[in-house]
Design a protein around this ligand. Structure first.
Ligand SMILES: [Zn+2]
Length: 612
């Protein structure tokens, strides 16, 4: 007996799930989904059969044709704090079974928003975030990227709302009596006048972490031949999002040049309420985005370029387990920068490399007592992937691929990338598989680059690349000069955008004084910047040098957005401060906790428990 993934109970000898037909009834007042799932296995199975769950109540397990009960047990007494609760079915040559179950209001994948927590403040909203290991809190599954599934879904929702999924939309129609016989015993108002059904299918096999939906009062705008932008109906956001992302089709074409044809038909974008914990999530056909990427200057396109690149690296070729996460994120960061370079020019791409370089160095420092997580391929036995989420798989992975590109030349590397995608699409692979393919296709590469050091070594290899371009080095040296009290002159920053400021702020020396922070802000209004990268970078600096003038703005920010990229540095800076800062952090968190997605809540809690 062996499990396939340290983050899943999935047993290697058990058959994979070929298809799941889901029927979901959304009960907003109780923040609960009542559901049925018809599983079809790839081969019949007898004996114990393991599935991952977290905070689910299982009502029944039945043979779908005969409705005879299938014995099952939910080992809640031995629940694992990371993996959740093992569901064991006892099968007798079954190749399909039907489960009925309900989610819990504390489901780690779901955020249920009350109307006041949305833009329009008139309707409730619910959305998913299943990466890394949260799909199991919506439906029982082999919740590992090593196992891909196809699915269909029938969502029964209030009729004044609509639903989107990371799947193809089939129809919106009135509910029917025969939609959900399995749920009859739960006495739901399935066919009530004020309910509607939305149907979806996902015919391409995807890892469970790419399962996604959102339900709310949604509207949309066309922005390209295969792209619509969705967000809350009537909000001003919809128009600004449509404007921000008008260049999406051009990016898709760049992605296709790099990697080959776009395989997912639609590339729609959903802009979520500000509590969304990530910048973006690459849910296939329907990317989820934080509203903080809409800055009004088109720079939000970089996040879209990143999520788009995942259509190939991550969604087509998937890391087998989270221990090889760099295969998803390193490739995607590399591709994102190639797309940005093609669409917005080399200067923007170089600034991104520079910002990434800084972030990588910071995270290597963050893990100085836990060097395992500075490796590309690492051991996550007993580790919650959300706790060790960092820039390392993104930026060190990017650096590794850039190192190969610099060795073999761009055109040879581009050819290699196309071959790699074609070879492994719709598969889940590990680092060794990649290295084997690399050595096979670029013979002798292991004599030119220390592949073992890059993939298994800690820290940053000596042959990594810090950008050398004029714009990058001039901003970094300007930031270093702040140590001598020299602040940038007006003409030096006149044409700076958000990225230049971000790079400058991130590179300011630790010794900078509070008075310098205040003077910087009084001239350039950084604390109130609409660009959250700039604002948060500035506020983090202000906290680190104990500049109390900005704590009101810090509080406002922490209560407005739930993106972990912002929560993490601000809370970390506060809890590393004095007693007063810690009390402040605790109070702000207790007052804003409900506005954060459950994943963000537990990340902030883990920052607290580590430092307090
Ligand atoms: Zn990514």
């Amino acid at each position: 007996m062996a499990t396939v993934d340290p983050h899943s109970f999935t047993e290697s000898t058990h058959p994979a799930t070929a298809h799941i037909a889901l029927t979901l009834y959304f009960d907003f007042p109780s923040s609960t989904i009542h559901a049925a799932a018809l599983f079809t296995l790839q081969t019949p199975h007898s004996g114990p059969f393991f599935l991952d769950t977290r905070s689910l109540t299982i009502h029944s397990a039945l043979h779908p044709d005969t409705a005879t009960a299938i014995p099952f047990s939910l080992s809640t007494a031995t629940s694992d704090p990371i993996k959740g609760t093992l569901l064991t079915l006892t099968l007798s040559n079954h190749s399909s079974f039907l489960l009925t179950f309900s989610t819990s209001p504390s489901s780690s994948a779901l955020q249920w928003l009350l109307p006041p927590q949305t833009f329009n403040k008139t309707h409730p909203f619910v959305y998913t975030q299943c990466q890394a290991i949260h799909a199991r809190s919506i439906f029982p599954s082999h919740d590992t990227p090593a196992r891909r599934i196809r699915y269909s879904a029938i969502l029964n929702i209030p009729s004044d709302l609509s639903a989107v999924m990371a799947a193809s939309h089939v129809t919106r129609r009135p509910p029917r009596d025969d939609d959900a016989p399995a749920l009859a015993s739960l006495n739901l108002n399935w066919c009530s006048q004020d309910r509607v059904v939305e149907e979806f299918v996902m015919d391409q096999p995807v890892p469970p972490y790419l399962f996604a939906f959102a339900v709310g009062q949604l509207g949309n705008r066309e922005v390209g031949p295969r792209t619509r932008v969705y967000s809350e109906e009537g909000s001003a956001l919809l128009d600004s999002a449509a404007k921000e992302f008008e260049g999406t089709e051009e990016m898709i074409r760049e992605g296709e040049k790099l990697f080959g044809e776009y395989d997912w038909e639609r590339f729609d974008l959903l802009v979520l309420p500000p509590s969304f914990p990530y910048g973006g999530m690459e849910n296939p056909k329907m990317v989820f985005l934080t509203p903080t990427v809409i800055k009004g200057d088109g720079s939000g396109a970089q996040v879209v370029a990143h999520e788009l690149a995942h259509s190939w690296t991550g969604n087509l070729i998937t890391n087998k387990t989270n221990e090889h996460f760099w295969l998803n994120e390193g490739f995607t960061t590399y591709a994102e920068r190639r797309i940005v370079e093609a669409v917005q020019g080399e200067k923007r791409a170089t600034l991104n490399v520079g910002i990434g370089w800084r972030g990588l160095n910071e995270d290597i420092e963050r893990f100085k007592d836990n060097l395992e997580f500075t490796k590309l391929k690492n051991n996550q036995q007993g580790i919650d992937p959300d706790d060790v989420y960092s820039q390392v798989p993104y930026e060190k992975g990017f650096q590794f691929l850039l190192r190969i590109e610099r060795q073999v030349g761009r055109s040879a590397f581009d050819e290699f990338l196309k071959k790699y995608i074609a070879k492994f699409k719709f598969q889940s692979i590990d680092t060794d598989t990649f290295l084997y393919f690399l050595k096979e296709n670029i013979p002798g590469i292991e004599n030119q680059i220390d592949l073992v050091l890059w993939t298994e070594g800690t820290g940053i290899p000596p042959d990594a690349y810090e950008p050398e371009s004029g714009v990058y080095t001039s901003i970094v040296s300007l930031a270093n000069e702040a140590a001598n009290g020299r602040m940038p002159r007006e003409e030096e920053v006149a044409d700076w955008h958000g990225q230049e400021w971000e790079l400058y702020l991130d590179n300011l020396p630790k010794s900078i004084e509070s008075s310098q922070i205040v003077s910087l802000d009084s001239r350039h209004k950084l604390a109130e910047s609409k660009d959250y990268e700039v604002k948060v970078s500035f506020l983090q600096r202000a906290i680190l040098c104990g500049c109390k003038d900005y704590y009101e703005e810090v509080e406002k920010t922490l209560k407005t957005v739930g993106r972990m990229k912002y929560l993490r540095p601000l809370y970390t800076a506060l809890v590393k401060g004095n007693e007063e800062d810690k009390v402040f952090a605790k109070r702000v968190f207790s007052e804003s906790r409900e506005c954060y997605h459950p994943i963000a809540q537990s990340v902030v809690e883990s920052i607290f428990s580590k430092h307090m």
